[in-house]
Design a binder for this molecule. Sequence first.
Ligand code: KG4
Ligand code: ZN
Length: 348
Amino acid sequence: MWDAETVVLGIESSCDETAAALVTGDRRVLAQRIASQEAEHAPFGGVVPEIAARAHAEKLAPLIEAVLADAGMALTDCDAVAATAGPGLIGGVMVGLVTAKALAMASERPLIAINHLEGHALSPRLVDPELEFPYALLLVSGGHCQILRVEGVGRYSRLATTIDDALGEAFDKTAKILGLPYPGGPAVEKLAREGDPRAVALPRPLVGSGEPHFSFAGLKSAVLRAAESGKYGRADIAASFQQAAVDCICDRLTRALDTMDETISLVVAGGVAANQQVRQALEDLAAQRDLRFVAPPLELCTDNAAMIAWAGVERLREGASDPLDIAARPRWPLDPAAEPVRGAGYKG
Ligand code: KG4
Ligand code: ZN
């Protein structure tokens, strides 16, 4: 059952944000809350899975209660419960999924298990009713760096992935090298504003190569060498790193777009899509190629539950629901047919 009034409760717990949201069939976000675990993980310079799982277990139920109260609704006013079922840190994913199962069972509503990456991939459609399939998607987060052709709900064709680090991971590692606080992406972006992007000559791995894959390990090593040389200021290194990363993205995306004929929109999603220089560069690239450019607002780029609830709406509209014994998946590729790439660590 689906219509404009449909309300889906979404739950997100795959990494270090505990989040819940209520989203309607006609794209209204009735309520949403995010409890960040930044303070818990900051002393370790990264996400500690066990701490994350425990924090989700503590925070999730009160958060859901609060979101329902914000919207003045009861659980039974919801038409379905959607939760991230992977990929991600398995302990956290299980907390969210088990909670969703219990709520679905208690309210006798369908459970919808969401692929977190599909949450990111469909998030631009929550804010842009005009965004039609198919579209070209650059999905750049802490764990993933992919170019996909989004053909429909559940239908993805992966054109490129990273053969080593994800882009968000490269930002986070650069932040660590520069002594910046966790999470690294926003800190690097801020510092880069004060630096000269041409100050440090850094490599652009794989730029110009035939297939549109990514690689950031060499860039990260070069950042480390630049920092250790003592020859450059931190802001100049941050700015030069960000410029190199943006150059890589634009080159790889250009290569991929050359193979996608009927695509009329270029879309970016995932945590790194919050980066202004990345957004500007993609907007320029889209303009050059006469493509529509869609980037979700910043709060919808980083992990949140509105995108999970929205993916639930999209799936519900297709008549989908999942059994209560569905398992959490630490790995869950959007395009199961995509071949592993040579030199790649498995990135799902
Ligand atoms: O999508 P997300 O919140 O979580 C994952 O699913 O991974 O992405 C988090 C990643 C982190 O690596 C973070 O450093 C990066 O996104 N990020 C940014 C910015 N904001 C978040 N990277 C660059 N610039 C930003 N402003
Ligand atoms: Zn994410």
